[in-house]
Design a protein around this ligand. Sequence first.
Ligand code: NDP
Ligand code: PMR
Length: 398
Amino acid sequence: MALQAAALVPSAFTIPKEGKSSASLKDSTLFGVSFSEHVKADFSSSALRCKREYNQRNGAVRAQTTASAPSVTRAAPEGKKTLRKGSVIVTGASSGLGLATAKALAETGKWHVIMACRDFLKAERAAKSAGIAKENYTIMHLDLASLDSVRQFVDNFRRSGRPLDVLVCNAAVYQPTAKEPTFTAEGFELSVGTNHLGHFLLSRLLLEDLNKSDYPSRRLIIVGSITGNTNTLAGNVPPKANLGDLRGLAGGLNGLNSSAMIDGGDFDGAKAYKDSKVCNMLTMQEFHRRYHEDTEITFASLYPGCIATTGLFREHIPLFRLLFPPFQKYITKGYVSEDEAGKRLAQVVSEPSLTKSGVYWSWNKDSASFENQLSQEASDVEKARKVWEISEKLVGLA
Ligand code: NDP
Ligand code: PMR
């Protein structure tokens, strides 16, 4: 039975060959979801074709990359020892994973955390109740659902005079029960607009600041998820992530003359979230390909485990919120506490052993980190390039 199959897999269970799971899945309607029919081969011949095309164009891409890399000379060479505190921006640090990460970093005494949050008072209360010492954090306003706010945040941060050593793109919204799409200030479907496009603009702008930092290890981390990866059991729970040919994204996700969904299909809030996570993971890799060699910045993504108690599920039906934590704790064994997940993300921020760039980190049942494999779509080089180029246009960078 499906739940037994789920019980056998650790939190970061990966089906070794895409679409060729040996796990036996029968129909399950837990949480109103029937998913076995969706666990099918997910091979895409277009991915291979795209890869070839990318290789043919590779020279051109690299030339363009060099031209658009931030032309800032770093203040000090990599590896230089510094005694100053690290300065890290964490988006969405007012609850859940972001708050737990801010707490874990602040507690080391080695980090000053800039909590980039849309609700200042909520963030202040959260920092206080988490017991984060005043001198270890600063709250700055950021609403990722508004590109003006993103630009304003970057200006304010620069005015603060603080260096930027690590940027953590963590904030997200999830609208599993929404019947109709809602939109960001610029008219993009809210989940992709916030989780992907807001972070895309933020990280593109702040790359220059990261590049100026003299900190020994500078990092840009974009939180991903197992549910965006169709090479896992969790990623095969419908609706599955699928960016298709990106026609909706190219059309601006506005729900008027274009679909609100990246693949151009009918609106589905749960799918929009999973699609946004695929964009997050593709963006991390595209950053790595374009900038790692020149800047030595580490680009990373991760799946921290299933933190079933966070505010992410606030819009889900009450029965789901009641059953989801015990389901993840006792059946799938994928559950992690907010504290544990915060420590994991804090490792990706600061552990000297996790400096490898272009990696999607996960943790095994002994809480040891390992480099996980992304699904075929979430590691599709050509799709990553297209998502990057379309996103650049949408956020006004190209
Ligand atoms: P929470 O809802 O607890 O945290 C999300 C944070 O994002 C909140 O602080 C929220 O602010 C903030 N946020 C939402 N919209 C905006 C916006 N427009 N501008 C600025 N901030 C915003 O969820 P989690 O802690 O679970 O999620 C954190 C990350 O972890 C997400 O990227 C999610 O995809 C990822 N993740 C979560 C998993 C889980 O099991 N929970 C599993 C895998 C990945 P506010 O407090 O004001 O609402
Ligand atoms: Mg899942 C190993 C099994 C596993 C893991 C690690 C997760 C993680 N889930 C697993 C299995 C299953 N889930 C199974 C077998 C089912 C069908 C009964 C199932 C259902 C389910 C639902 C309805 N799961 C969900 C939902 C959500 O609404 C959550 C979601 O998709 O949010 C986008 C979710 C999640 N399951 C996870 C994780 C980590 C999530 C949440 C979040 C995320 O990607 O951020």
